[in-house]
Design a protein around this ligand. Structure first.
Ligand code: NAD
Length: 497
């Protein structure tokens, strides 16, 4: 059985723990590897190595750090097919989708190549007579990232390229469900010339996470995952005096206005609801049908959902792959069962799909609910599967209220041909990322990614300038070079003179 180890101080290591977790190929349902789950002492060792590496790495000129990152970018491009296949084999998503997610991660690496420019400070000559003042941003120390299963390359790449470019060292604790991609990325970064100990990967579960949260030498924690764990990370990182950004779950609404180009809206919704089998924090899982558009929308959607091509991720014809694990498949089926009991109308039922040759794979077909109501569990909770709920509302105001009342605030979008409606929606909606005729409004690397409400605990979003701010602390220096007589002691608060 293939054994997945940690990557500490530039080497793969087994560590001291005997605990392991199974890794599956979701398309076949067969176990493909075992991953070692780190003990507290394994995590502490990684932190110690990262702390040692910080001294030299943080002092390297940003332009030299950029050269290593540029080489890393080239190596990712060169090894992209292998990385994509690793993603497909452990996550299950289809090849082209995995490729898209790797590309979005790569864009953050490209952004980090501009670090000399991004770290430029501010300078004011003569804040007082012959007194100058300037501000610089300096790295924090050892930073840690804890990431979810659904983007094994992209989400870690929102974090570590920027943290490392800023001069920090990094410990990544990826999801134990699909850990191999992180190890490959760490090996490539080493090959690119990154010194040992700057980027470490520790595989593990709650024990490893708690060890990171309580280790005094970890300065900052970035987390992406479900809301209950995000809240736990936020509270405990703060309790242990760490800087923290903790991104949580989502329930994203797509508003379909009666004036929109309905075919565009339907195609947008199909990709956004069923792409990656709905296992995206930016998946659109609720279609809000405004006014009389409901019947037409549901009819068009139903035809497309019924003809969705479900299959293994490596099959070029597949539009949607399996779910990540058997437990997750059972959870999603449980939600669909519940929706039927709650009285929503199941227009397309994907529960009993069977694929020849892949009978043990974790597959479910696309599911479509109509007449879903605000009080239902399938509306309130994140399902994280290929289940789209249509909620019907009478007008635009009701759509805005519905979305603003929901506990999550990650992404949303609206389909309309009316610029005023689109602009008003973007302005009034209490959501972090908004699309106007764009189904999945994931910001590019030089903007920042993050939700509102219970989709993000903390102040700063990921990547872009927010990422630079998160991984650096501000220092402001005021200086004067007096010549001649020493001035007398001054006991009043200094003012401009
Ligand atoms: P998860 O919360 O179960 O796990 C995320 C990470 O936390 C993993 O590394 C896991 O090992 C660790 N973890 C799990 N249980 C823990 C515990 N009790 N204590 C400490 N650590 C623990 O999430 P998941 O199932 O891997 O990913 C899916 C979730 O992630 C969804 O809710 C999705 O919306 C969310 N997500 C959010 C974003 C975003 O940007 N907001 C992006 C991607 C995914």
């Amino acid at each position: 059985m293939n054994l997945i180890e940690h990557f500490i101080d530039g080497k793969t290591v087994k560590g001291s723990s005997k605990k392991k977790s199974k890794v599956f190929n979701p398309a076949t349902g067969e176990q493909s590897a075992e991953v070692i789950l780190a003990s507290k002492s394994d995590v502490d060792l990684a932190v110690q190595k990262a702390k040692q590496a910080f001294n030299d790495w943080s002092r390297k000129p940003p332009a030299q750090r950029a050269k290593v990152i540029f080489k890393f970018k080239e190596l990712i491009e060169k090894n992209s097919d292998e990385l994509i296949k690793i993603i497909v084999s452990e996550h299950g998503k289809v090849y082209e989708d995995a490729k898209g997610s790797l590309t979005r991660g790569l864009e953050v690496v490209e952004f980090a190549c501009g670090i000399p420019h991004l770290l430029k400070g501010e300078f004011t000559e003569n804040v007082g007579t012959d007194v100058d003042s300037w501000s610089v941003r300096q790295p924090l120390g050892v930073c840690a990232g804890i990431t979810p299963f659904n983007f094994p390359a992209m989400v870690p790449m929102w974090m570590f390229p920027i943290a490392i470019a800023c001069g920090n060292t990094f410990i990544l604790k990826p999801s134990e469900k699909d850990p191999s991609c992180s190890i490959k990325l760490a090996q490539l970064f080493l090959e690119a010339g990154l010194p040992q100990g700057v980027f470490n990967v520790v595989n593990g579960d709650k024990e490893a996470v708690d060890a990171l949260l309580t280790n005094k030498d970890v300065s900052a924690i970035s987390f992406v995952g479900s809301t209950p764990i995000a809240k736990y990370i936020y509270e405990n990182a703060a309790k242990n005096e760490k800087r923290v950004q903790a991104l949580g779950g989502a329930k994203n609404h797509c508003v379909v206005m009666p004036d929109c180009d309905l075919d565009q809206a339907v195609n947008g919704l199909m990709g956004a609801a069923y792409g990656s089998a709905g296992e995206r924090c930016m998946a659109q899982s609720v279609a809000v049908a405004v006014g009389k558009v409901g019947d037409k929308l549901v009819n068009k959607l139903a035809k497309k959902v019924e003809s969705l091509k479900v299959g293994p991720g490596m099959d070029k014809n597949s539009e949607m792959g399996p779910l990540v694990t058997k437990q997750h498949l059972e959870k999603v089926i449980g939600y669909v069962d519940h929706g039927v009991k709650e009285g929503a109308k199941l227009v397309v039922d994907g529960r009993n799909i069977k694929l020849q040759g892949y009978e043990k794979g974790f597959f479910i077909g696309g599911c479509l609910f109509d007449h879903v109501e605000k009080k239902m569990k399938i509306y309130k909770e994140e399902i994280f599967g290929p289940v789209l709920s249509v909620v019907r509302v009478k007008d635009f105001e009701s759509a805005v209220k519905l979305i603003n009342d929901h506990e999550f605030g990650n992404g949303t979008s609206i389909y309309t041909r009316d610029g005023d409606v689109g602009r008003t929606f973007a302005s009034r909606i209490k959501i972090g990322m908004v699309g106007i005729n764009i189904p999945i409004p994931v910001p590019v690397a030089y903007h920042s990614f993050g939700g509102w409400k219970r989709s993000l605990f903390g102040d700063q979003h990921m990547h872009g300038l927010e990422g630079i701010r998160f991984y650096t602390k501000l220092k402001t220096i005021t200086s004067k070079w007096p010549t001649g007589l020493t001035s007398d002691p001054d006991f009043v608060m200094p003012t401009l003179n």
